[in-house]
Structure formats: structure tokens, C-alpha cells
Design a protein around this ligand. Structure first.
Ligand code: 5GP
Ligand code: ZN
Length: 104
């Protein structure tokens, strides 16, 4: 938990964000500014600032299983995934997340 992290606040339920899917490792919610008809974010419950700070390789496996689950829940058979790492690459929120984008 990082006190000034918006995704940590979402995970803590501070904004009442609806989760598409959740389990002990991660939550999935819709992007507030969707860049595709379906645009979800798969976010670990633990605060990891970016892929560069990742130490737990098992967490990445859990996140990818979360991607699959979220796609199933959203009725996506086909989708694109994206991880932005670092400001110059377009990372706006410093809490690791996987974008899942597709159309129904
Ligand atoms: P990044 O650019 O860091 O890879 O992606 C951050 C994403 O989080 C952006 O697509 C942005 O629209 C989304 N986002 C930022 N703040 C919020 C928020 O408060 N709620 C939700 N649902 N999405 C957010
Ligand atoms: Zn965080």
C-alpha cells in the first residue's frame, strides 16, 4: 500500500469502483478513459511501482491468469494486452497494471 497511489485507493474500495473480477492476488476494473470498446486494467493488490520494481515472478503468472479471467468475464475472445513501464513510455500510474483491450 502506497498512501498517495490512486490504484491502492481503488483496491481499498475508497472510490467504490466496481471490480470486473477479483481474487486474493489482483483486482480488475474498467479504465476510466477507455481506448477500446472494452478496456480493463488488471492490477496486483500489492503495490509494485512498475515492471522495473517487480521481484515476485509468480505474481506475473497470477496477473496473466487474471487477464484471461477478465477477458472471459467481459465476453472477449480476442484482445490486446499492454504494460507501460516508465513515464517516457506512457506510464501515468505508478502501480503495475496490465491493460486489456478488445471489442465484444
Ligand atoms: P498507464 O498510462 O499508467 O499505463 O495507464 C493508466 C490508466 O489508468 C490510464 O489508461 C487511465 O485512463 C487509467 N486511470 C487513471 N486513473 C484512473 C481512475 O481513477 N480510475 C480508473 N478506473 N482508471 C484510471
Ligand atoms: Zn499502489
Amino acid at each position: 500500500m502506497s498512501e498517495d497511489c490512486i490504484f491502492c485507493k481503488i483496491i481499498n474500495g475508497e472510490f467504490g469502483t466496481e471490480f470486473v473480477y477479483e481474487n486474493e492476488h489482483l483486482v480488475v476494473f474498467n479504465d476510466i478513459n477507455p481506448k477500446a470498446p472494452v478496456h480493463m486494467l488488471v492490477v496486483p493488490r500489492v503495490h509494485v511501482a512498475s515492471l522495473n520494481e517487480l521481484e515476485d515472478k509468480n505474481l506475473m503468472g497470477e496477473l496473466l491468469m487474471g487477464v484471461k479471467k477478465a477477458a472471459e468475464k467481459a465476453g472477449l475472445k480476442s484482445y490486446r494486452t499492454q504494460i507501460n513501464t516508465g513515464k517516457e513510455a506512457g506510464q501515468e500510474v505508478s502501480h503495475l497494471h496490465i491493460h486489456v483491450m478488445g471489442r465484444k
